[in-house]
Design a protein around this ligand. Structure first.
Ligand code: DGI
Ligand code: FE
Ligand code: FE
Length: 191
């Protein structure tokens, strides 16, 4: 077994313990979807697996715990994040990936921190994780999922825009506050 697949094996077992069952199954869906997309689009599938396995590693923590971790480690919290602290699971996930799970690869760490809002000028791996989170087989409710799934295996940027459009229209219809980063990401890729 290669080093990275041994690491992924270990991370999978850690996530099984850390996350509730539903979240763990979603995590596996993201990890395998990301590995397939990486294979198709010329990225390292093991790195995609690692990012997929860890992307929601801070999802099992309370909001208070996430805010505490940010404060103790000088991770800045924006006003939108104070009002919607679940958004912090991405930044805190990156912190835990680095400091608890020993991940050193910046591309993997960035893919974890950008997986909820995206960000302008994402790397290919970041796009793969952002898209995989939306299209993994356990997701059922978003509009046009079949189309977006096909597109993701053809070309990433169009698929990314479809996911951003779906996310923004869901946030508007649910009257959820839109993080300026989500809007910025959409504007960047719409151009
Ligand atoms: O952690 P997951 O549920 O697997 O997925 P995620 O990290 O993408 O979080 C999903 C939720 O995050 C989804 O309901 C959309 C929401 N989200 C994404 N961007 C924003 C947002 N929620 C708010 N309030 N504002 C945003 O800009
Ligand atoms: Fe998430
Ligand atoms: Fe997720």
């Amino acid at each position: 077994m290669s080093d990275s697949s041994a690491i992924n094996n270990k991370l999978m077992n850690e996530m099984r313990k850390e996350l509730d069952e539903k979240r763990f199954i979603h995590t596996l869906g993201v990890a395998y979807t990301a590995a397939m997309l990486a294979e198709v689009h010329g990225e390292d599938p093991e790195a995609a697996m690692t990012a997929g396995l860890l992307h929601d590693c801070a999802k099992g923590l309370s909001n208070k715990k996430r805010i505490d971790i940010c404060n103790k480690n000088r991770i800045p919290i924006t006003e939108v994040e104070y009002r919607n602290p679940f958004l912090l699971h991405a930044k805190v996930g990156k912190f835990l990936a680095e400091n608890r799970y020993g991940i050193k690869d910046d591309d993997i760490l960035n893919a974890i921190s950008s997986h909820t809002t995206g960000r302008p000028d994402m790397s290919r791996l970041e796009k793969i994780i952002y898209i995989s989170d939306y299209i993994e087989p356990g997701r059922k409710h978003a509009a046009d999922l079949d189309l977006i799934r096909k597109q993701a295996f053809i070309e990433l940027d169009t698929a990314l825009l479809m996911v951003l459009e779906g996310t923004l229209s869901y946030l508007r219809s649910a009257e959820n506050e839109i993080d300026p980063m989500t809007q910025e990401t959409y504007d960047y890729y719409k151009k």
